[in-house]
Design a protein around this ligand. Structure first.
Ligand SMILES: Nc1nc2c(ncn2[C@@H]2O[C@H](COP(=O)(O)OP(=O)(O)OP(=O)(O)O)[C@@H](O)[C@H]2O)c(=O)[nH]1
Ligand SMILES: [Mg+2]
Length: 248
């Protein structure tokens, strides 16, 4: 019997969050293509009602389909990536057990608004994604993801001429909101931007393995209330009349 137990460090868990349709699944497909030759990968998707994103990623053929697992949250996306991360943690552990050793598990949040971020109990690092089609001013709107995610991606830069957005200005606004934290302007059609994203991930992975990288919490949701809660006194309030009943 050996008197020490060899433990392999677990995979880096990388969250990808951001509003609906900004290109989170596409970014993950791009990352898988860029990294699959050198890293052992797994992906977890979070959708409210379906496994649509997992299906999309499987159909892209970027990974063995069984390395892509879906968590159906049945509630607001932030519930499963922040308030109770159990389902995602179990999915990550399952992936790691089934395909050990993995280097990287990428977790896609369901599309939400500007306020949803991952708990550091679930991910070691997180990317917040905006796209130029959402408007250049979004970068100035702040919030925990824009301000403090480990990386902010300004996506779909190839669309900028069509939607009248100045990418350099949007990146400058985003950088100003982030106290110098990293920003990458990305288009899946621009290999140099994909290389920048790939290099950022490899850098975080190296920092994680050396123990230098520390998971950061970008901060909680803005106070809000759900239709089945009592309204708090004042403050920012929104309700989810179409969401299944759930509590926080
Ligand atoms: N032109 C262009 N379109 C893109 C790019 N990345 C993604 N898209 C398109 O944007 C749309 C939304 O992409 P998704 O990857 O599904 O976005 P998502 O953020 O995962 O969406 P939800 O999971 O529904 O929130 C799709 O039609 C993509 O083809 C890009 O770099 N350039
Ligand atoms: Mg998606």
């Amino acid at each position: 019997m050996p008197d020490t137990i060899e433990t392999t460090p677990r995979a880096l868990r990388l969250g990808v969050a951001g509003p609906v349709g900004v290109g989170k699944s596409s970014l993950i497909a791009t990352l898988c293509r860029a990294l699959a030759d050198e890293l052992a990968l797994g992906v977890i998707t979070n959708d409210i009602y379906t496994d649509e994103d997992a299906r999309f990623l499987r159909s892209e053929g970027v990974l063995d389909p069984d390395r892509i697992r879906a968590v159906e949250t049945g509630a607001c996306p932030h519930t499963a990536i922040r308030d109770d991360v159990t389902a995602n943690l179990l999915a990550a552990e399952d992936l790691e057990r089934d395909f050990a050793p993995l280097d990287l598990v990428v977790i896609e949040s369901g599309g939400d608004n500007l306020t949803a971020t991952f708990s550091p109990a679930l991910v070691d690092a997180q990317i917040f994604v905006l796209d130029v089609a959402g408007g250049g001013d979004v970068a100035r709107k702040g919030g925990p993801g824009i301000g403090r995610a480990d990386l902010l991606v300004v996506n779909k830069t190839d669309l900028a001429p069509h939607v009248g957005v100045d990418v350099e200005q949007m990146v400058a606004d985003a950088s100003a909101a982030r106290d110098g934290r990293a920003v990458v302007a990305l288009s899946r059609t621009d290999p140099a931007s994909v290389a920048a994203l790939r290099a950022w991930v490899l850098d975080v992975l190296a920092g994680y393995r050396s123990g230098e990288h520390v998971a950061q919490d970008p901060g909680p949701m803005a106070p809000h209330f759900h239709a089945d809660d009592e309204a708090p006194g004042g403050g920012y309030v929104h309700s989810h009349d179409d969401a299944p009943a759930h509590a926080h």
